[in-house]
Every structure is written in structure tokens, then in C-alpha cells.
Design a protein. Sequence first.
Length: 365
Amino acid sequence: MNTAENDMIPEKNKATHANETATLLLDWYDKYRRTLPWRTLSGEKPDVYKIWLSETMLQQTKVATVISYYQNFIRKWPSLSSLADATQDDVLRVWAGLGYYARARNLYACAQIVTHKYGGDFPDTEEGLRSLPGVGPYTAAAITAIAYDKPAVVVDGNVARVISRLFRVAKPIPEAQTLLRELAANITPQDRPGDYAQAIMDLGAVICTPRSPKCIECPWAEICEARATKTPEYWPRQRPKAKKPMRYGVAFWVERSDGAVMLRRRPDKGIFGGMTEIPNSGWHDQPLSERLVRSHAPIGARWATIPKVINHSFTHFDMEITVLTTKSNNAPENSFWCAREEIKSEALPSLMRKIAALAQAIQAN
């Protein structure tokens, strides 16, 4: 019976086991490591600022999506001090479209704290890093290992999948998180911890993929319990996903006589906090009645309904938005006018960009 099924850690000498297992992975990494804009070449000292920025962006977001945003950030703010000198609105504008916008607010707050409280130097311990806004256990461990080359147990989604297959962890995620961390700790080496952390993340990203894993190319193929039983895709175990609820809303597209569009800024807290939005009704469990639509409209006007609805998916629910349009030169105090050509420069979340694209396409026709 495998160790995961017994919820036990292997009994063999942990240091030897870690070194042997890590050597296999590091030899593979030295040949096949991914080239990423925040990674340094072998022998170069990592830039803590770039590691922190990239790891913040990579939270719940794929590498392919992050790269262009990361490059834009580095071009605009090449150092921590330059980011700290920016405004939160500037940061939100550049972040717009990347999602999970609390990360952007935390990023800006963190830059302020590290610059003004720590003199521009990030803490060099996991505990110190976890005290910063937006830095949780995984991000703290990743920065500790990659930026400071100190041993740290790094477990993200890719690593959890690798460990689940390597030891055939019977518990489903997320109940297995503690066990996965213990198993990951047992094979985390003392030498080259930064390279090892990036190596195991690369392994999960390009070899030990959720579907059709490339087991024949895996450096751990001979010691992987899932491969030995020819069941790699069965792991990690997952709880059945509940169907996401549907939410409904109405967006109000108001154009002034000169073509400018009505926008407003969301409160700093909550979903899309501090971002720019098109006036809307918020989210509701049922489609809105005509009376409720009127109560949410930013102005009294004759509204035309765009026949096509906007469908958007959030982490915990799906969204259907109906878009109403009108023309008016009146605007409430909590809104502002934005020239149409400037809309793309505003800090609009992806949902709001979808609404703007639909409304502009209809207006163009």
C-alpha cells in the first residue's frame, strides 16, 4: 500500500531521499528549463522585485497570460521605487484585464510598505514576507526559494498535481493540502532550492499536465506511483464540482452628444475595487424586472436594448449582462465622461471591456 493511502511520510532517510529525487529533477531542469522574462540566467543574482511582481501576477493566472502584463509593468515601473511613486489608479489601469483585482491593490500597498517601512528591501524570510499585503504562504515560499535561494516548500497547483501523482495521494484536493505539503517537504533539497522550486513548477506546467501528461519525458517516471499503475490522469483526486450559479445584471451605456461615454469609479473595497466601470445594476439572482432596471439607471432616459447579451464567467458564478443604450448630456455626480478613444486607457475590468466592445460595435453599425 502506498504511503499516501496510509497518510504517512516515507520512512527512508529524508535527506538522502530528497537529494536523490531532486538530482533527477535538477538534471532535467538544467537541460529543459523554460525561458521566462522574470528568470535570471544561471549564475546571475535574481531580482527580488521581479520575482515578487511575477509571483503576484501568477496567482491563479497562467504564465502565457501573465507575460505581456509583466513586460508592460517592467517597462513602466522597472524598479520597486518607481512603482511606489505611481498612483493606485495608474497601477489598476495597467493591470486591467488580468483579473483578481485585489492583487493590484495589494501590489501597490506592498510597494509602499517595502519602500517606506523597509527602505526598499523586501524581508528575506517567509515569515517576514507573509506580513506584506497580498503575500500568502505560497508566494512567500516562492520568493524565499527563488529570490533568496533558501530552502522553502513551494506548493502551487502544478506542484500539488505532481506530488499527488508521484505518491498517489488518495485524499482529494483541497483536503490533501497538509499531506501534500509534508510530502513536498520530504523531497525539497537544501542545495539549489531556487532552481528546484522553478524546476518542479516547470515539470507540472509542461510535462505533468492535467491531461495527457508526457510521462515518457518525465525525470521522475521511474519513481512515480501513478505512472507505475498507469493511472496518471486519475490524480489528483477532485471533489465533484458543483454547478456555478447564474447571476444577472444590466449595464447602461450612455453617450454624450460629442461621443464621450459615461463611466464611474467603483468603491475601493469589494469586487473590482477601485476600478472604472460602466454604470450597471450590480448582480442579481434573477433577471431584473423593468421597475428594478429603472431604479438602477443612472439617469432618466429612453433606453434601447441591445439584442445580444454579454456572458462572463467568474470563479464562483456565471454572469449574464443585458446592455441598454441611450444618448444624454446629463450625468450624475458620481460619474464622469470619457472620450471614446480614451476608454481603452481606463482601468476597466474584462467584463466592462466586453460591454464597451459590444456597445461600440452596435453604435458603429
